[in-house]
Write a protein that binds this ligand. Structure first.
Ligand SMILES: C[S@@+](CC[C@H](N)C(=O)[O-])C[C@H]1O[C@@H](n2cnc3c(N)ncnc32)[C@H](O)[C@@H]1O
Length: 280
């Protein structure tokens, strides 16, 4: 059925990503993304219909994910460790995601975005390139981190060219904020790296400031500055657009600290930090 002949009120992709998976089940929150209604091409729609049931998941905040199962490692033997999983927040059209998945087939990539054409595009790329190590998550990464990821389940996080929100009144919508880092840190394994990149100089400065100040993260660079671009990060679509405008790109690589700072409301953050209960 074409987009135009779809009766009003019926879902665009009945077997595909839900329009607003977390719905109103969570309080109104500041969103780091802009709702965009862009056209889904025939190929993207076809990929969504066929591949979503197998490789897609809605971020509905209803359950904690078993990443081993999600990536098909359920039969891992007692001596084998499940494959590492890296979260990519905001994959856009997914070209760079597919390239990184092809270059490192033993690592699972959990790729999250809210952009429906991009989800279709990435699913199509995964199928065409025979990539079985990508799962596409539809919805707000904040709900994913807060409600659906187990402690210390991630081996890394990539945030490449997040929306820069250049106007001062929109700065609060930037993803990289102290609150985001506090939410993210417990989901990362100790030593796992958060890799950010941006072509927007003021956002790069903001990232460096909040990451350097956060007690749960340590800069991998001894001089406390930006990192050289790692070989494994391909050129992304937004990066190409930024470079065409003469922007300078900065990479930031921060590792999660061995122990987490105490959360004021919750007491010690990791079970290993907790004191034994008093003896009766
Ligand atoms: C500027 S684009 C960059 C896309 C891609 N990384 C690139 O470099 O070409 C930022 C992307 O992040 C997504 N995004 C922003 N906030 C998000 C959130 N909270 N959860 C999921 N995706 C988000 C947007 O939908 C958008 O596709």
């Amino acid at each position: 059925m074409s987009e135009n002949s779809r009766p009003k009120g019926t879902p665009r992709f009945p077997e595909g990503p839900a329009p607003d998976p977390a719905g109103s089940r969570f309080e109104r929150r500041i969103r780091s993304f802009q709702p965009r209604r862009s056209r889904v091409t025939t190929a993207q729609g076809d990929a969504l219909r066929r591949l979503w049931p197998q490789w897609g998941l809605d971020i509905d905040g209803k359950e904690v994910l078993d990443l081993g199962k999600l990536f098909g490692d359920a039969d891992t033997g007692p001596d084998e460790t499940p494959r590492p999983v890296v979260l990519e927040i905001g994959f856009g059209m997914g070209e760079a995601t597919a390239q990184m998945a092809a270059a490192d087939p033993d690592t699972g990539i959990l790729a999250v975005d809210v952009h429906t054409p991009g989800m279709g595009n990435l699913l199509g790329l995964a199928e065409r390139n025979g990539l079985s190590n990508i799962r596409v998550a539809n919805g707000d990464a904040i709900i994913l981190l807060r409600e659906m990821l187990a402690p210390e389940c991630l081996d890394g996080v990539r945030v490449y060219f997040p929306d820069p929100w250049p106007k001062a009144r929109h700065h609060k919508r930037r993803l990289i904020q102290p609150e985001f880092l506090t939410l993210l840190a417990p989901c990362l394994k100790p030593g796992a790296v958060l890799h950010c990149a941006t072509d927007w100089e003021p956002y790069a400065e903001h990232m460096l400031e909040v990451l350097s100040a956060h007690p749960d993260f340590e800069n991998t660079q001894e001089d406390g500055g930006y990192a050289p671009r790692p070989d494994f990060r391909p050129l992304t679509r937004f990066e190409g657009q930024g470079l065409n405008k003469g922007h300078v790109v900065h990479d930031l690589l921060f590792r999660r600290a061995a122990t987490l700072a105490e959360r004021p409301d919750e007491g010690p953050a990791t079970p290993t930090d907790r004191e034994d209960p008093p003896r009766p």
